[in-house]
Write a protein that binds this ligand. Structure first.
Ligand code: DOR
Ligand code: ZN
Length: 380
């Protein structure tokens, strides 16, 4: 049902949310986006999150489960999740950690190493334990020391994944110390990702947490088997945020945030309506003292206000009508999973973000700490 635009009427903008993008992409609707007071969206999923383990898992998991129906859970635990048994046990711990009322489904991933066994990956996928497998170049980021040192060693595993229709999730950075850290994603495309996808043209691949205009262009030009996730922080910040009046460890993540032209390219991709781009928070909690240190950890904890942050970006871009596709439709379609049937609501209401949150006997500083976001998330 098409709704006439009337700024005086607070919405259910999307009374048939699954038809919203098609219905509302008109000049009128784009102009009206600043007037929208309420969005009702199909429940979103997070296609890239770090839930950790133990006490930290207990502290953070409900923040994700409250907003998202499902999440692709990263396997970079210590030790990493490499076997079907380890992933099944980790899934059980996640389910035990979340409030059952949320009905949250963790989607598990395998951590690829030089010695990954294609048969184990395919078995895990067939048994519904592994949704996908994650390629960390060795030493690219947190707990990646067991990652892949030679992509060639991975070829038998990739062959098995291609055959099984199991997506490859890629942390796209070269790790060579002689490559400038701001260039590591672009160099990865040329040296690793493009050749890999040429050799496996039928492999489903998600270029995770893309940060550059080069990555956007690469994904756009690739086949329908290639997609990308985009984080709230790479949409909101450019690299100045890391040095704003002093060193800002809470704006530090990997791949590192890039210059403004890249942020603008990411924003254009996210709001473009292209099914190749979808939501992945890369929420990565670290205790505040481990970030506020001489050698601080990489990762931004955005789970508690993730949808509010994405809504801010889409509202600023005059594209709130495209948030639902990005957050709730493109991901499941790429993964071949059903769309969620529940809804969530974002009201245009001031939402102060605390300076820090208690977690596992310490604190975590959330993304947007100390700011007031203009959206408020609720379930239903
Ligand atoms: O900033 C990041 N933090 N990037 C990653 O790739 C890993 C993550 C983490 O696990 O802390
Ligand atoms: Zn990540």
């Amino acid at each position: 049902m098409r709704q006439a635009f009337n700024p005086a009427v607070p919405l259910p903008l999307l009374s048939q949310p699954w038809n919203s993008a098609a219905m509302l992409r008109t000049t009128e609707a784009a102009m009206a986006t600043s007037e929208i007071k309420q969005l009702v969206l199909r429940q979103p999923d997070d296609w890239h999150v770090h839930l950790r383990d133990g006490a930290m898992l207990g502290a953070v998991a409900n923040h994700t489960a409250r907003q998202f129906a499902r999440a692709i859970v990263m396997p970079n635990l210590s030790p990493p999740v490499t076997s079907v048994a380890a992933a099944a046990a980790y899934r059980d711990r996640i389910i035990a950690a979340v409030d059952p009322a949320y009905g949250f489904t963790p989607l598990m991933t395998a951590y690829l190493t030089d010695s990954s066994d294609g048969a184990e990956l395919a078995r895990g996928h067939a048994e519904g334990v592994f949704t996908a497998a994650k390629l960390y170049p060795a030493n690219a980021t947190t707990n990646s020391s067991f990652g892949v040192t030679r992509v060639a060693a991975l070829y038998p595993a990739l062959e098995a994944m291609q055959k099984a229709g199991m997506p490859l999730l890629v942390h796209g950075e070269v790790t060579d110390r002689d490559i400038d850290i701001f260039d590591r994603e672009a160099v990865f495309i040329d040296r690793v990702l493009a050749p890999l996808l040429k050799d496996f043209p039928g492999l489903k691949a998600v270029f995770e947490h893309i940060t550059t205009a080069e990555a956007v262009a690469f994904v756009e030009a690739a086949g329908a088997n290639v997609a990308a996730t985009i984080t709230p922080h790479h949409l909101a910040l450019n690299r100045n945020a890391m040095f704003d009046g002093g060193i800002r460890p809470h704006a530090y993540c990997l791949p590192v945030i890039k210059r403004e032209r890249h942020r603008l390219a990411l924003r254009a991709a996210a709001v473009s309506g292209s099914a190749k781009f979808f939501l992945g928070t890369d929420s990565a909690p670290h205790a505040a003292p481990t970030k506020e240190a001489a050698c601080g950890c990489a990762g931004i904890y955005n789970a508690p206000y993730a949808m509010e942050s994405y809504a801010k970006t889409f509202a600023e871009e005059g594209a709130l009508d495209r948030l639902e596709g990005f957050a709730s439709e493109h991901g499941p379609r790429f993964y071949g999973l059903p769309l969620n049937t529940g809804t969530v609501t974002l009201d245009r209401l001031d939402t102060p973000v605390p300076a820090d949150l208690p977690a596992a006997g310490t604190t975590i500083v959330p993304f947007h700490a100390g700011e007031t976001l203009q959206w408020r998330f609720s379930r239903g």
